[in-house]
Design a binder for this molecule. Structure first.
Ligand SMILES: [Cu+2]
Length: 168
């Protein structure tokens, strides 16, 4: 979670408090001044309430999005003893997080659809792999992880990232 996301959430919470408190202050003033006038302002208050409720639910959605929606790691599927995953290369890596088992061969199938030269190479520094990816083809990257942990991979310039999680 990035810093500006935290700030944006805090700002929206702060704003909603200001809106709600100014609303209730207005309501009290009108109520005290005359009971006749109260009927006429009932409609705008209901409208403001609806807006406030809408704003609050937007905030909840925003919180859920930032806190709750972490990218899920995709478990490799075992095919004839080899752990296989297809990773689509198109403006990044999908999936960008892959989970594999230790000590079993891994075959990553990089399906490159993005013509940008940025993504023409994929690097796995921990496995000493630097693989050229051919456009509109599937390129295989194979290795057997011997150590449990999280191992990053990236494009040649380190602008796009992914990671392989190795479990026991
Ligand atoms: Cu790049």
């Amino acid at each position: 979670m990035k810093k500006y996301q935290v700030i944006s959430i805090l700002v929206s919470i702060g704003l909603s408090f200001v809106i709600v408190s100014s609303m209730s202050a207005e309501e009290m003033t009108n109520h005290n001044s005359s009971s006749k006038g109260f009927q006429s302002i009932e409609q705008p208050i209901a409208l403001k309430m609806a807006i406030a409720v809408g704003g609050l639910s937007l905030m909840v959605a925003q919180l859920w999005w930032f806190l709750g929606s972490k990218p899920k790691s995709q478990q490799a599927k075992v095919n004839e003893g080899i752990q296989e995953v297809t990773i689509t290369v198109d403006g990044g890596y999908v999936p960008s997080l892959v989970t594999v088992k230790r000590g079993q061969p891994v075959r990553l199938q990089f399906d490159r659809r993005d013509p940008s030269s940025c993504l023409e190479k994929v690097l796995f520094p921990d496995f000493h792999i630097a693989q050229d990816l051919v456009l509109n083809q599937t390129t295989l990257v194979e290795f057997t992880p011997q150590t449990v942990g999280m191992f990053q991979f990236s494009c040649g310039m380190g602008m796009f990232h992914g990671a392989i999680t190795v479990e026991d």
